[in-house]
Design a protein around this ligand. Sequence first.
Ligand SMILES: *[C@@H]1O[C@H](CO)[C@@H](O)[C@H](O)[C@H]1NC(C)=O
Ligand SMILES: *[C@@H]1O[C@H](CO)[C@@H](O)[C@H](O)[C@H]1NC(C)=O
Ligand SMILES: *[C@@H]1O[C@H](CO)[C@@H](O)[C@H](O)[C@H]1NC(C)=O
Ligand SMILES: *[C@@H]1O[C@H](CO)[C@@H](O)[C@H](O)[C@H]1NC(C)=O
Ligand SMILES: *[C@@H]1O[C@H](CO)[C@@H](O)[C@H](O)[C@H]1NC(C)=O
Length: 420
Amino acid sequence: MELPFRKYSTSAQRFILLVLAVMVMGLIPLYHPLNWYPGDLVTRNPSEISPKYHAEEQKIDNKEPETCDIFSGKWVWNPVAPYYTNMTCTEIHEHQNCLKYGRPDSDFLKWRWKPNGCELPIFNPFQFLDVVRNKSLAVIGDSVARNQMQSLICLLSRVEYPVDVSDKPDQSFKKYKYTTYNFTLAIYWSPFLVSTKEADADGPCHTGLYNLYLDEADEKWTTQIEGYDYIILNAGHWFARCSVYFENNQRVGCRYCGLPNVTEIPLPYAYQRAFRTTLKAINNLENFKGVAILRTFAPSHYEGGDWNKGGDCVRTRPYSSNETALEGQSLEQYRIQVEEFKAAENEGKMKGKRFRLLDTTQAMLLRPDGHPSKYGHWPNENVVNDCVHWCLPGPIDSWADFLFRMFKMEGIRSLEKKLQ
Ligand SMILES: *[C@@H]1O[C@H](CO)[C@@H](O)[C@H](O)[C@H]1NC(C)=O
Ligand SMILES: *[C@@H]1O[C@H](CO)[C@@H](O)[C@H](O)[C@H]1NC(C)=O
Ligand SMILES: *[C@@H]1O[C@H](CO)[C@@H](O)[C@H](O)[C@H]1NC(C)=O
Ligand SMILES: *[C@@H]1O[C@H](CO)[C@@H](O)[C@H](O)[C@H]1NC(C)=O
Ligand SMILES: *[C@@H]1O[C@H](CO)[C@@H](O)[C@H](O)[C@H]1NC(C)=O
């Protein structure tokens, strides 16, 4: 998926780029003598932590990006994980604090993603903050987006906690600042990405009935993103809810809405329209100069029934890739995202837009063991098993490994551009 290197026009440029790249990748760690990972997380005093991580492992092989798809691979055992606990990170959402609620197994914490044909370096919070100095990142989407943001905050908490600089008290729109690094991290709640009205808080499905305006991008984020260097978009699971679909302000159909004379339309239709509208909106936002990252669908893992029919996720180890395959609705949603992404990327090229795919689908498909299941709440609470979100710490922490790598590639890309 990552093809960042165009052919260099001269060998002199190539040489300069190489030298600069080695400087950028090689020197940053020198500024950070604390550039290591704690193996023993009970240790709170940094001076007691022994170095585990080495700068030379951080270098990106100049040949790698052309040939290596970092998003296809497998999970390999990583005994030094996790890199934080619920004791060292205070930002874990209650419902993802699996160890607090008694999850008995812990092997699910100890895997890292190994792409076929190359290595994906583990997230390094010091280097990450160096790379995003003076920059801003907005995560836009549903509660899995929040899950991802809290994972990032926890991984970065070994260096610094951000200050809450939100404009309003609303928990759905938070803005944080890493003051030492002048890095802004924000979240915008927009689970469908398009304009939405809750028509009924209960509705025929008892999970709400939503009016979706499939050809109108949600202003909650479109009016906010222009200043951001990076945005990460996602949407998925909410499309399974009962909805009424509108285009051109006309009702065109619905999903399980139970309204007389309204055509039932399959989910993929709405999903495709929503992504097309979303990505078009970005292409039409003249003042948005950042990198737009589409994070692909992370499948849920209900077995033995649907989410509301006693389904659960009780596995304790990852699948290997021959044990499972993306299928059904998940496959359809993934296919739509990739198709719409490619179309938008093509359209955006003329306008100088930068679209990237954070293609987490395959990696997460292989992690049926990473969900809270019944360990997102106390046993006496009457809540369905959660096989959608991800325990923290847990496999979603690897999204930061992908992001770290992608941001470093952006650095190399902009360096390359300057030399052209
Ligand atoms: C953290 O997890 C432990 C179990 O590993 C639990 O006893 C404790 O209450 C949790 N603490 C917090 C602050 O969530
Ligand atoms: C960050 O911004 C400050 C103030 O504008 C500037 O002095 C510094 O060089 C910038 N650092 C980077 C890495 O862009
Ligand atoms: C923080 O970064 C912004 C760019 O995102 C820059 O305009 C500003 O000068 C920086 N502030 C400081 C104090 O470095
Ligand atoms: C549904 O459609 C039928 C046939 O077009 C019409 O007779 C009926 O009045 C409609 N019902 C409603 C509630 O719109
Ligand atoms: C799946 O692959 C693993 C190794 O990757 C191998 O040990 C196992 O036998 C394979 N299973 C099947 C059913 O092919």
